[in-house]
Write a protein that binds this ligand. Structure first.
Ligand SMILES: *Cc1c(COP(=O)(O)O)cnc(C)c1O
Length: 383
């Protein structure tokens, strides 16, 4: 509810739907005739799953992907009807609801029995994508049980409980040129697995293997569909190539306003542990976001933009806030006064989420995905 006292957000993650549509469009053209699955797990990597899914479908994604069935169900509840695949299950996954709501299921092994049971309950065949572990060692059936899994899937398909729609796998090192040969090997294993499935009479209409790094660097992985995650958010999956070079436009900007501005003396200790001390008389700006908002505590030294100027995080990032040394004179009240616009990364500053990720010793994926629920997402519509 919009109360008068909450009309303007105090901190925001702006989600640029024009950029999102641009990225999806670009990827769709690049991989054509392969289809694009927009991966919207983890609340669309922190961008807002429902809003992102809507724009993704309007911009040319023909499939949506989530890790959990419950994430997929939330999209169905929001009225999203596009084909939807979920692939990470537990003994407590609501397969009944998944089948009833036409959610395709990744199947890696014995859970095919629970899926078939859910189909019996729902009175509908379960749509299944069999997953082969070609070398990542997460889920997926290992090659020695693949034949048995295909045989069982074919039996269940015969009895009308299962309909095998696709076969898929996931790469381990597609983001690194030294992984070329590992991708080659996984791809070889994958094609063999598809052959085995076909020998069992399964049709395998949708073959899909590529994540963002693979779809951007290896056209031979496009097959019938790509599963595009981080790239649709305008972020590069490669350590050595910026989003810009790939033609991608970052979707999320993270901002707030200066909450406090005050003078400080030479030698003043800043924030917990005095990890920073002012070297000269100066002024300090207080930035009201911290690790509870997903700003990593470890990102000391990360860049910060305040009303057109660039600074950095000085001292420890706390739960709710951090401090920036403005490096100005002690009595300067005009630089970054209270209320000045602040951006940690995004379109006003041109600071990449990667810079924050690097300062924190992590990757852009984690940085954006962990922006907290205390930060409202402000959706800028696609124009
Ligand atoms: C998360 C995920 C993706 C998307 O990966 P990106 O590198 O973000 O493109 C694709 N497939 C599976 C199985 C995933 O878990």
């Amino acid at each position: 509810m919009a109360n008068s006292w909450t009309a303007e957000p105090e901190r925001w993650a702006t989600i640029d739907h024009s950029a999102l549509a641009h990225n999806i469009n670009m990827i769709a053209k690049w991989v054509k005739p392969a289809q694009v699955m927009a991966v919207v797990k983890a609340d669309a990597y922190g961008h807002g799953a429902i809003e992102v899914a809507q724009t993704a479908v309007a911009a040319g994604a023909t499939w949506l992907g989530t890790a959990h069935v419950r994430e997929a169900l939330a999209l169905r509840e929001a009225g999203i009807t596009a084909p939807l695949l979920a692939w990470l299950h537990t003994i407590n996954t609501p397969f009944d609801a998944a089948v009833a709501h036409n959610i395709d299921l990744g199947v890696s092994g014995p859970e095919i029995e629970a899926v078939a049971e859910a189909a019996r309950t729902a009175g509908l065949p379960a749509r299944v994508h069999l997953k082969i572990d070609t070398g990542l060692s997460r889920n997926g059936a290992v090659p020695e049980v693949w034949d048995a899994l295909c045989r069982r899937a074919a039996e269940l398909q015969q009895s009308g409980l299962v309909r095998v729609v696709g076969v898929f796998t996931h790469f381990a090192v597609a983001d690194d040129p030294v992984g070329e040969s590992a991708v080659d090997e996984q791809l070889r294993n994958y094609h063999e697995a598809v052959e085995t499935a076909r020998k069992h009479g399964l049709t395998v209409d949708v073959r899909h293997v590529a994540n963002s790094p693979a779809l951007l660097s290896r056209p031979d992985t496009h097959l019938d569909m790509v599963r595009a995650g981080v790239a649709i958010y305008g972020l590069s999956p490669f350590a050595d190539r910026a989003a810009e070079e790939l033609g991608l436009r970052p979707v999320m900007s993270l901002g707030t306003t200066v909450a406090h501005n005050k003078p400080a003396n030479e030698g003043t200790g800043v924030s917990y542990g005095y990890a920073y001390r002012c070297e000269t008389p100066t002024r300090l700006a207080l930035i009201p976001v911290g690790y509870a908002d997903g700003v990593p505590r470890s990102a000391e030294g990360a860049p910060v933009w305040i009303h057109g100027n660039y600074y950095q995080v000085n001292g420890r990032i706390a739960m709710d806030q951090f401090v920036v040394d403005l490096h100005t004179s002690r009595d300067d009240e005009t630089t970054a006064p209270v209320g000045s616009q602040v951006e940690l990364f995004g379109s006003a500053s041109g600071i990449a989420a990667d810079a924050w990720a690097q300062a924190a010793g992590t990757i852009n994926y984690e940085l954006v995905t962990r922006i907290g629920s205390r930060v409202p997402r402000v959706h800028k519509q696609w124009v």
